[in-house]
Design a protein around this ligand. Structure first.
Ligand code: GLV
Ligand code: MN
Ligand code: MN
Ligand code: MN
Length: 426
């Protein structure tokens, strides 16, 4: 069987980098803000168009395409032993407001190109290979990160939450999903069982500066940091900004400001450079210059590679919120932990396959952790997991200046293709 082993010569792996770059550029045009920024939010018209674009590319690559009830999209190349657990790869194409065109997208379009690379080389997979586009890795619309992969890994609580949750325009998740053509079936139909995949590998830009600074081509991820997010609401009496004197106020905006500073303090108290915290959302009601805020709404993101230390920060934030409410005479009307996820480790055998692939391709590599979260965090609950990082300009991400070179993407796709080939034969 001349075609059923790993491509005997790595020189038979040809990435069409020009086409890949063109696809990255085309996909970025499905955006609700103008270039170079990209804004592509779950189930909007632009998201639906971008999904159609990707499904078309999957079809052109000869993959059989399936979508689940929340719009996770699967493109499968059936292997010679289709009854075996498949090897999967993929990422997301949703983009937070005013972000760039590489986050997530490299791991979707790059995965389809990796399949094309293997097909052109004459490779025949033993285990099936599957490309996955995950729904809503970003929490933008409904506040839930990694919605698609979280659900794939099986969460009854999330199914329940999705039945009542609404976005900031009061559109329900189910209505939004239906408007995009999904949510016909029960959401628990999305769950996958543990034996579905033997391995999952995600290709992604580093979103940090290390690879570029050190001039290294490939990052091999050993673990993904533990993310958590919180929603907090304060309520006070509000009132006229001129008429209510300072001693008579209970300003919900100042309670929020004080909590934002407390988040920074508690994060720094951990003493570790690996602990981070951000208040990325702050909304004041009624939001008028001459009205004392009667309501504030904050959302806080905190992460660490050490879960226990991250949990201590959450507990301290909670205690501060209680204390601030008391001393300022406002009501802490909500303190909700939206998610509090454990970290995930890459599997030895996947790390080994990625390292071997990188070596055979004569590329430099480095073991590293991922401080950003990814769908791989949840796929690790279903199967062995690994991630391939490529350098990005100055480590920029979640802003329009995000950039990865065609050469670096091409290297990443090659490593992904060879790793998939190896794991498909295991
Ligand atoms: C995902 O984009 C993250 O915030 O890590
Ligand atoms: Mn992102
Ligand atoms: Mn991403
Ligand atoms: Mn991410």
């Amino acid at each position: 069987e001349p075609h059923s082993s790993v491509p005997s010569s790595v020189s038979s792996l040809f990435v069409d980098a020009q086409i890949l770059q063109k696809q990255i550029d085309e996909l970025s045009s499905f955006s609700d803000t103008t270039a170079p920024s990209v804004t592509r939010v779950l189930y909007t018209e632009k998201d639906v168009l971008a999904r159609r674009y990707v499904k078309n590319l999957m079809g052109l690559a000869g993959l059989s395409v399936r979508e689940d009830a929340v719009g996770n999209i699967f493109g499968r190349w059936v292997g010679q032993e289709p009854e075996l657990a498949a090897v999967a790869t993929g990422s997301h194409i949703d983009a937070i407001p005013y972000s760039g065109k590489y986050d997530g997208v490299v791991g979707v379009l790059g995965a389809i190109e990796a399949i094309n690379v293997l097909k052109r080389s004459g490779f025949k997979p033993r285990r099936s290979l599957e490309v996955i586009l995950f729904t809503s890795e970003e929490p933008t619309r409904f506040g839930i990160s990694c919605l698609g992969s979280r659900l794939l890994a099986g969460s009854e609580n999330l199914v329940k939450a999705l039945k009542t949750i609404t976005d900031s325009q009061n559109i329900s998740f189910l209505d939004a999903a239906r408007s995009a053509g999904y949510a016909e079936d029960d959401l628990s139909s999305v769950f996958l069982s543990k034996g579905t995949y033997s391995a999952f590998i995600e290709l992604h830009i580093e979103q940090g500066p290390i690879l570029e600074e050190e001039g290294i081509s490939i990052g091999i991820v050993t673990a993904i940091a533990a993310p958590a997010s919180l929603k907090v609401k304060f309520e006070g009496n509000g009132g006229h900004a001129g008429a209510v004197l300072m001693p008579n106020r209970n300003d919900a905006g100042l309670a929020a400001a004080e909590l934002a500073l407390a988040v920074e303090k508690h994060v720094l108290e951990s003493g570790s450079i690996d602990t981070v915290g951000t208040m990325g959302i702050l909304e004041l009601h009624p939001g008028a210059i001459n009205s004392i805020p009667s309501k504030s709404h904050l959302e806080i993101d905190t992460r660490d590679i050490n879960e226990e230390r991250r949990n201590q920060v959450i507990e301290k934030i909670h205690q501060s919120a209680i204390r601030i409410a008391k001393t300022r005479g406002v009501k802490l009307s909500e303190f909700h932990i939206i998610n509090q996820d454990p970290p995930a480790s890459s599997a030895e055998e996947v790390i080994e396959a990625m390292e071997t692939a990188t070596r055979e391709l004569n590329l430099t590599s480095k073991l590293m952790i991922s401080r950003a979260y990814h769908d791989a965090l949840f796929m690790a609950r279903l199967s062995s997991m690994g991630m391939i990082f490529i350098p990005c300009y100055k480590g920029y991400s979640h802003k329009p200046e995000e950039f990865a070179s065609t050469q670096d993407m091409s290297n990443g796709v090659k490593v992904l293709a060879l790793t998939l080939a190896k794991l498909s034969l295991q």
